[in-house]
Write a protein that binds this ligand. Sequence first.
Ligand SMILES: O=P(O)(O)OC[C@H]1O[C@H](OP(=O)(O)OP(=O)(O)O)[C@H](O)[C@@H]1O
Ligand code: HPA
Length: 190
Amino acid sequence: MLERLKSSLINSPVIKRGEYNYFIHPISDGVPSIDPRLVEEISDYINKITDMKRVDTILTVEAMGIPVANALSLKTGIPLTIVRKRPYFLEGEVELSQSTGYSKGVLYINGLKRGDRIIIVDDVISTGGTLLALVKALKTIGVEVLDVISVIGRGDGYLKLKELGVEPKILVTIDVGEKGVEIKHVFGDQ
Ligand SMILES: O=P(O)(O)OC[C@H]1O[C@H](OP(=O)(O)OP(=O)(O)O)[C@H](O)[C@@H]1O
Ligand code: HPA
């Protein structure tokens, strides 16, 4: 299960971004190139473990949530909405502050309305700063978050989401040390 994802993660280089040990991987960085079979393995798996019947929109965050979320959209026929890092000043645009282990920025939600049923698909959850701020903003709009899926998880930032009643599905959980990446858990394993 998820063999391509696991083996590619083990070989990921790690660099320092300040104090943060940052792993570099095709799914989270587009570097090195993204093997379409890897994206297919991941999107097939998400499709298998998620009830897609009630989903109006697959929501992802610019930039690196897009490859997997788009593959899932193509597979299911469910539209894709992208939370962007630039404003469009459209009516109803919702702005939120994003903070990660190595950056701070602003994200903008457009194209969602009260009552929409969505799932969130992102590439990585680490401090949980991005998804926490996003889920809070979606709640202010009145969007129903049916599921939150992250391809890769590291650290315990995902626990912050539990405070909002959201239990993210993390496909592969890793530890990132200065020397490399170690697999800690795979979704569906005991
Ligand atoms: O749990 P967190 O600590 O918030 O980290 C996770 C976020 O960090 C990355 O986004 P980034 O803003 O680096 O943008 P990118 O997708 O363009 O690489 C990743 O795509 C997640 O959205
Ligand atoms: O270590 C990382 N690598 C790639 N993307 C990320 N997003 C949060 N942490 C990371």
